[in-house]
Design a protein around this ligand. Structure first.
Ligand code: GRF
Length: 236
């Protein structure tokens, strides 16, 4: 796939004022590849989908580093198998957030890897103030529901319990809330009468593997601007 032209700014810009001037030609910024820092706590199937899209030149970016708060996380193995820098950073004593030292270590590793965008791919901890400030407007997440429905855990089970007929996944910017940032993209899947939590989860997962690389490619190509809560995709 043809890549968008590049422009001269080294600062990522998704239309947020604090991220500096927009790239005039709408191309990827700077003369360096768009660098992703991927954070995950689990098996890493979204990471694998992202890596496949990079390898297939469908996503004009490079994976600069993969970090996990879980030493045995599959995502670290998948990264190492691909020869990518991968690091476990002990998260500290809390269950759902990072301890301050750990947060500083994550930020330092991402800065050392010169990442343009922080990509949460199954990272099971809520990011707090200093981390959010360090990468303001440059952190994205994927969530297994059509937000704002069913934020939080086991969203597929929530969808089944509620009885919705359409479920799906959402890629969104990360803000200080839980699954509450501006929505970049969504992909719907049907809920079938015979679905179990497992079958619905699998269908949503498969949709995630299409949606995340597509959204990241649009970000890498500067095809996205943010106007308040609305994320606008530039039409080709
Ligand atoms: C995905 O379902 C994602 O939506 C959620 O965590 C899961 C990660 O799965 N945030 P994987 O590790 O990428 O397979």
């Amino acid at each position: 796939m043809e890549q968008a032209p590049r422009c001269g700014s080294s600062t990522p810009d998704f239309g947020l004022p604090e991220n500096g001037p927009a790239c005039e030609n709408g191309g990827v910024a700077d003369n360096h590849p768009f660098r992703l820092g991927v954070l995950g706590s689990g098996q890493g199937s979204n990471f694998a989908a992202i890596a496949r899209a990079v390898a297939a030149s469908q996503l004009p970016a490079e994976i600069a580093i993969v970090l996990s708060d879980v030493e045995s996380a599959g995502i670290l193995n998948l990264a190492r198998e691909r020869g990518l820098p991968a690091q476990f950073i002990p998260p500290g004593k809390f269950r759902t957030k990072l301890e301050e030292d750990a947060e500083r270590a994550f930020v330092a590793a991402l800065n050392a890897a010169r990442v343009d965008l922080v990509v949460l791919a199954g990272f099971m901890r809520v990011l707090k103030g200093d981390f959010l400030r360090a990468f303001e407007g440059r952190i994205v997440n994927i969530h297994p529901s059509l937000l704002p429905s069913f934020p939080g855990l086991a969203s597929w089970q929530q969808a089944l319990d509620y009885g919705v007929k359409v479920a799906g996944c959402t890629v969104h910017f990360v803000d200080a809330g839980v699954d509450s940032g501006a929505i970049i993209g969504q992909q719907a899947v049907p809920v079938l009468d015979h679905d179990t939590a497992d079958t619905l989860h699998q269908r949503i997962h498969a949709a995630e593997h299409e949606l995340y690389p597509r959204c990241l490619a649009a970000l890498a190509r500067r095809e996205i601007t943010v106007q308040g809560r609305r994320v606008i995709w530039k039409t080709p």
